[in-house]
Design a protein around this ligand. Structure first.
Ligand code: FAD
Length: 367
């Protein structure tokens, strides 16, 4: 008999399992995948840690979370500075003075501000009706056309004119020569990959892989006093209010034997509409690798169908309302804790998942 059955060996389930173990509780953690780690899983190939479910950069402003995660790994000084490739023209991201200098030849922040202001005024949009109008009203036409339009259309699989304005609430522009994507105080990549973090968290905890909770739900529920469920909330309730929608991604990973440095940066975004992928990740650069070969992954956004990996929740009104109904049921479910990105139908960064799991731990153990 276990105290907790934890469904999902991702970051949320693993933090919970680790903390429960520290408090003398007996846990069984299961996952339907063949590996632990959920979406932060990294696999070593040719000596390179490959981020199997997309590039993952740890960042946080919260010292407590940073100290916490550093207990499980040493982090390097990696700073996320993606580059945008628009039809062979390269621009620094996030939008900053380097980007503006390359776009317009401007040197001073005042010139850059003026350029953006001119373009916003020329567009004359006061009440943006769709994503295109929203983006132009925020940053003007040049940045929109070269760096936002194609990328966003590929991401969502629809023309920007048909996408709702709310998808882009803010578009951060920075009037300094600073290519650091995040504003957070702490960021980095765990040396040796993310899987090592989860391995440490799950030390001495019973793990069963390739086990889908729904294939043996009754038996599995019986072997523990409580369940921590980190899978899809609609599936838990047999989709009784409908299927929550997601966007998905396909990854194409290639080992390149003929070069040790393919693109000179970990992340390159392809911002034109024609290139079918949105990003190319060159994994070795996350850890300043010096291997003879290199490994790249092309990221293709795709429609989500039940059975595929659900990556990004579509938090529009219809889906949010449906989620609320599931949440009400979840709140009334005895002896089950719902947590993590799939049970909350929410895009969470890693630091937020750790924070949410620690809050649950405090509540659960009355601290
Ligand atoms: P998951 O990792 O999804 O874990 C849930 C686990 O439950 C999975 O392993 C799944 O197989 C298992 N499961 C589900 N249903 C069942 C079932 N029925 N039976 C058994 N097991 C089941 N965050 C950052 O901070 N920085 C980044 O740079 C970043 N980049 C990202 C890039 C991409 C492409 C994506 C998709 C996410 C990114 N994230 C990033 C977010 C990060 O991946 C999440 O915060 C984190 O992985 C969520 O952990 P989780 O435990 O909630 O969910």
């Amino acid at each position: 008999m276990y105290d907790y059955l934890i469904v999902g060996a991702g970051l949320y389930g693993s933090v919970f399992a680790y903390e429960a173990k520290q408090r003398g509780k007996k846990c069984l953690i299961i996952d339907k995948r063949h590996h632990i780690g959920g979406n932060i899983y990294t696999e070593e190939i040719e000596g390179i840690n490959v981020h199997k479910y997309g590039a993952h950069i740890f960042h946080t402003n919260n010292k407590r979370i940073w100290d916490y995660v550093n207990r499980f790994a040493e982090f390097n000084r990696y700073t996320n500075s993606p580059v945008a490739n628009y039809k062979g023209e390269l621009y620094n991201l996030p939008f900053n003075m380097n980007t503006f200098n390359k776009l317009w030849g401007v040197i001073s922040p005042a010139e850059a501000m003026q350029k953006i202001e001119e373009q916003r005024n020329a567009a004359g949009i006061t009440d943006p009706k769709n994503l295109e109008e929203q983006a132009i009203s925020l940053v003007g036409t040049d940045i929109y056309e070269k760096l936002i339009k194609g990328y966003t259309e590929k991401q969502w699989g629809r023309p920007a004119k048909e996408l709702p304005a709310f998808i882009i609430k803010r578009l951060p522009v920075r009037f300094t020569y600073d290519n650091n994507y995040f504003n957070d105080r702490y960021q980095g990549i765990p040396i040796g990959g993310y899987t090592g973090i989860i391995e440490k968290m799950l030390e001495d905890i019973d793990i069963r892989l390739n086990v889908d909770f729904f294939e043996d739900r009754d038996e599995l529920t019986k072997i523990a006093k409580k369940v921590v469920y980190t899978g899809m909330i609609d599936q838990y309730f047999d989709y009784k209010f409908g299927v929550l929608k997601y966007r998905s991604l396909q990854f194409e990973t290639k080992v390149l034997d003929d070069t040790d440095n393919h693109q000179g940066n970990a992340v390159v975004n392809y911002t034109d509409r024609e290139t079918p992928y949105t990003r190319v990740i060159e994994h070795k650069h996350f850890e300043f690798g010096t291997q003879d070969k290199t490994i790249i992954t092309e990221e293709y956004p795709s429609e989500w169908e039940p059975g595929e990996e659900p990556y990004y929740p579509i938090n529009d009104d219809i889906n949010n309302d449906m989620f609320k109904k599931y949440k009400e049921l979840a709140d009334g479910e005895p002896n089950v804790i719902f947590g993590g990105r799939l049970a909350n139908y929410k895009y969470y960064d890693m630091h937020q998942v750790i924070g949410a799991a620690l809050v649950t731990v405090e509540k659960e153990f009355g601290e």
